[in-house]
Design a protein around this ligand. Structure first.
Ligand code: HEM
Length: 469
């Protein structure tokens, strides 16, 4: 008999609204998300009904089913207007995830509109994608300089041996500095922006207001660069699509800023953790070839985007053991799907005989991370991780790996901090001195800008961490 792609759900099949939905975000999930995914798998199969802060959605756990959802845009739509619960006014107005879904940008578009928006990202990111263009080369040099500078600040402030948090003192300021540069933020706007992104990413009590301010700041940045184009991503986006309004460009930049800060930062920290877990004596053991493999292994064990943004069923469709009704929301879980590839315990290393490149860390299908963004993100991760192991003679975790503090949330599983005890090599460049790499000459008109940026940013972040939240 022919398959019936447009069958409707049988009346006696359970609907999402009729099922009891276990809340996903519990203290058990915070401590051991893998264990929760396993239990859901045993109970429901590859697709499970869960509650996300009181709203029922389907969590897609199986690798095959996740790929199916990511790849078939004719069934699985991104436009939130397909979401029945939203259209029919069932979502609580103060539902914490709603504000993000209401920011209409590339990720939440379908079809021709999506393809056009994606072309704009591709074309604007392309100059920065690799080291073969002046823009790409300069950005690479800047990332290397920033890493040196931040390690130099650490050496100057805490000495050649001591304790550090590779999250707050290295990864987060690094990504914020890269964002400021790549987006072409004027200094004062950059300060404002990075502070609000920090608040937003950490989900403090003022996260909602900070999100609004960050969006507004991005919109102002769009207007600023429209008036004064430069050699930056914002200006290249306008060049690729001059019809973009300041508001729409602001929304696109906002999403890029989330990827560039939170997601890329997670990948740096997850990769550092992967190495630190298994290798206390650093530098010597880490060749360039191993680094790429380490990044992939880390993405497999702990994908930076654990549960991807919702897709909405365009029609009734069978997935796993359930009939998903038209308008239901599903969240494809890369973290759970990876457990299908490997029988993983969250604390054990990945079996090296299985291809680590099958990970879904970059997504898949029409909405996967655009290739120039992957190149860029990959370069930042490799530089950030590689530089640590170049400058540190020793680095070891000061907490057992099962006691590390993780941020809790439905989308991202990221480390709050990565505390280490370290010993630096003797050749670490001090702030304001030229980077040790030799490949990163300062432009003559901006001598020492990096030292000032690193120091200014760290001072701001400390203010934020130790007071005024
Ligand atoms: C290492 C860092 C990165 C990782 C792991 C990553 C991962 C991802 C993933 C998983 C998606 C798909 C999400 C989904 O389908 O729900 C995505 C989409 C996207 N990423 Fe990345 N990303 C990274 C860096 C970046 C950077 C640096 C940029 C830009 C500056 C960027 C721009 C985008 C854009 C524009 C999309 C949306 C594509 C679309 O909807 O068509 N990403 N990324």
């Amino acid at each position: 008999m022919d398959a019936q792609p447009y069958a409707t759900a049988p009346a006696d099949s359970p609907s999402l609204a009729s099922l009891p939905v276990p809340p996903l975000l519990t203290s058990e999930f915070d401590a051991d998300p893998g264990g929760v995914y396993e239990r859901l798998r045993r109970t429901y199969g590859p697709v499970a009904p869960v509650g996300l802060m009181g709203v029922p959605v389907w969590l897609v756990l199986g690798y095959r089913e996740v790929l199916q959802v990511l790849r078939d845009e004719s069934v699985w739509r991104r436009d939130v207007r397909y979401w029945r619960a939203r259209a029919q006014g069932w979502l609580p107005a103060d539902w914490p995830l709603l504000a993000g879904y209401e920011v209409r940008q590339t990720m939440f578009m379908d079809g021709d509109e999506h393809r056009a928006a994606r072309r704009t990202h591709h074309s604007a990111l392309r100059p920065f994608q690799d080291g073969h263009t002046p823009q790409g080369w300069e950005l690479r040099a800047a990332v290397a300089r920033y890493t040196d500078e931040l390690i130099g600040v650490l050496a100057a402030e805490s000495g050649p041996t001591g304790f550090a948090d590779l999250g707050a003192q290295y990864t987060r300021p690094l990504l914020l500095m890269v964002t400021t540069r790549l987006f072409g933020c004027p200094e004062e706007l950059g300060d404002e922006l990075v502070m609000d992104l920090w608040r937003m990413l950490d989900g403090g009590s003022d996260a909602g207001a900070a999100t609004g301010r960050a969006l507004a700041a991005m919109t102002r940045l769009a207007a600023h660069r429209r008036a004064r184009p430069g050699d930056d991503l914002t200006s290249y986006m306008l060049l690729a699509d001059p019809g973009l309004s300041d508001e729409q460009l602001g929304r696109e930049l906002f999403m890029n800023a989330v990827y560039l800060n939170d997601v890329t930062g997670n990948m740096v920290l997850n990769t550092l953790l992967e190495v630190l877990r298994g290798n206390a004596t650093v530098r010597l053991g880490l060749s360039a070839g191993q680094l790429g493999e380490t990044v992939n292994r880390a993405a497999l064990v702990n994908p930076p985007v654990a549960n991807m943004c919702f897709r909405f069923a365009a029609r009734d469709v069978r997935l796993g053991n359930f009939w998903i009704r038209a308008g239901d929301a599903v969240s494809p879980s890369a973290a759970a799907a990876h457990r299908d590839l490997l029988a993983l315990d969250s604390s054990s290393p990945v079996d090296s005989t299985i291809s680590t490149r099958a990970h879904l860390g970059w997504g898949a299908g029409q909405h996967q991370c655009p290739s120039p963004a992957r190149e860029l993100g990959g370069m930042i991760v490799a530089t950030a991780v590689g530089r640590v192991f170049e400058h540190f003679a020793r680095a070891e975790l000061t907490l057992p790996s099962d006691q590390l503090p993780w941020r809790s949330g439905p989308v991202v599983r990221g480390l709050r901090l990565l505390p280490i005890r370290y010993e630096l090599h003797g050749d670490v460049p001090l702030p304001g001195a030229r980077g040790s790499s030799g490949e990163a000459p300062e432009p003559p008109e901006k001598p020492r800008a990096v030292g000032r940026e690193a120091r200014g940013l760290l001072t701001g972040l400390r203010r934020l961490m130790f007071g005024g939240r």
